[in-house]
Design a binder for this molecule. Structure first.
Ligand code: FE2
Length: 432
């Protein structure tokens, strides 16, 4: 376990380093969008959380620097105010991260993985690995908002190798949602519990650019009937007329990703849409967004054994063949590119590519208990946030499971968010 933790810590740090070394100090300290922190804030915040949880709490060691705790407390400092704070300059932030990491390696050699919940199965280390990787995805989203020439480069994702059908019918019945056993699963993924669902139909793949462009061409953004009242109000106020980063070129669309314009590709999942846009598209298509439970059953339920898998393809950790994760490619992969990642029911690309909006407001599973602190997820429970599932091309495999839950405001689209649709079963459809 020590070796595994050391590898995961190093992988996260290599990614953080890449994301913060490809730009100069001015770019690191600038705020690229009021929605995002300056990159240098994320950088030192990653080190500060690692110090708080591992060096001080697990290790019981002397603080490295307690004078900066307040500056890097995400709850005390709203994102829009962060550029005005007396933040550590880039060189100092890097030195701080290195000092903290040295101490963590020290304590990793010595720590006893006792029954204490914070250290059992290396949980606190896993939490810190996931935290850094989550901030890396946030920093990747900041890169997408940054203007100026491209600094990030990656090969294109694989081409489609199978034809994917339109929809899959999921039979009625109970399945196990959430987990008790995944050692690094976070509090909001627990506990495992049985959920009974009526039969439903879910899209076999995320909604593509081509499908979304048809919605736009059919007046999707100008016809109020497809939108919820709150969604319409938001659309009008923000003058939304296409996904974020899209530009109309006559009959075609282009899409600016990480500083480069590219033609929108019809068979790629649409990304950078908010929950309201997803909901309007679904209404136009005669469908709806899946509930979170419907998403998870489609992703995990194995009809042969009746049990829920860790991932659509089984219990093994993701490989490059299963899913488009970890910033290996800087965009979603076309539909049909990951046949090895298909779920037992035949649903594709649930993991990776784009975070998928669900209709469900963020709340605790029945029997939820906050761990190790309320601020991880409990303070966000309620009607303000909608759940997203499955991870994106910018999500690391350590922070992505069949049970992993993300949440955001229904107006947000700077994240790598897309969706798929679902619908009720029609009376004329048979159950097989
Ligand atoms: Fe954080």
């Amino acid at each position: 376990m020590r070796d595994c933790i050391a590898v995961e810590l190093a992988r996260a740090r290599a990614r953080t380093t890449l994301l913060t070394e490809v730009v100069d100090d001015a770019d690191l300290t600038r705020q690229h969008s009021p929605l995002m922190s300056p990159l240098v804030w994320d950088l030192a915040h990653v080190g500060n959380q690692e110090e708080l949880w591992l060096v001080r709490d697990v290790g019981g060691r002397e603080p490295v620097r307690c004078d900066i705790d307040e500056l890097y407390d995400a709850f005390k400092q709203p994102r829009r105010d962060r550029p005005a704070l007396p933040l550590l300059p880039p060189a100092e932030a890097r030195a701080y991260l290195a000092t903290v990491r040295d101490k963590v390696h020290d304590l990793l050699d010595a720590v006893a993985f006792t029954e204490r919940p914070l250290v059992a199965d290396g949980f606190a280390f896993g939490m810190i690995v996931q935290h850094e990787q989550q901030h890396d995805e946030t920093m990747l989203a900041t890169h997408q908002l940054r203007s100026g020439p491209a600094v990030l480069h990656a090969p294109a994702p694989p081409e489609p190798s199978v034809r994917v059908g339109a929809e899959v019918l999921v039979p009625a019945g109970e399945f196990t949602m959430g987990t008790d056993t995944d050692p690094w699963a976070l509090d909001n993924e627990r506990p495992a519990h049985r959920v009974d669902l009526p039969a439903y139909v879910i899209d076999a793949a995320p909604v593509t650019n081509g499908q979304y462009a048809a919605f736009i061409a059919d007046g999707g953004y100008t016809e109020r009937r497809w939108w919820s009242p709150a969604g319409w109000e938001h659309r009008v106020r923000e003058q939304l007329s296409a996904p974020m980063h899209w530009r109309s070129d006559g009959d075609d669309w282009s899409y600016r990703r990480f500083g480069q314009w590219a033609r929108v590709r019809a068979d790629e999942p649409v990304v950078h849409v908010c929950w309201y846009e997803a909901q309007a598209y679904a209404a136009w298509a005669g469908k709806r967004l899946p509930t979170e439970a419907e998403w998870e059953k489609a992703a995990r339920w194995d009809p042969t054994t009746g049990r829920s898998r860790r991932y659509p393809w089984g219990d093994d950790d993701p490989t490059e063949a299963h899913a488009n994760l970890g910033q290996r490619h800087l965009r979603p992969a076309p539909v049909g590119a990951y046949p090895a990642g298909v779920s037992p029911l035949g649903v594709h690309q649930l993991i990776g590519d784009v975070w998928e909006w669900t209709s469900t407001a963020f709340d605790g599973h029945p029997g939820f208990a906050a761990f190790p602190y309320r601020e991880y997820s409990e303070v966000f429970f309620g009607d303000d946030y909608r759940v997203l599932r499955g991870g994106s091309f910018g999500t690391d495999r350590s922070a992505c499971r069949g049970t992993f839950r993300n949440w955001d405001y229904p107006i947000r689209r700077q994240i790598f968010s897309g969706f798929r649709c679902a619908r009720d079963v029609r009376p004329d459809e048979s159950y097989r």
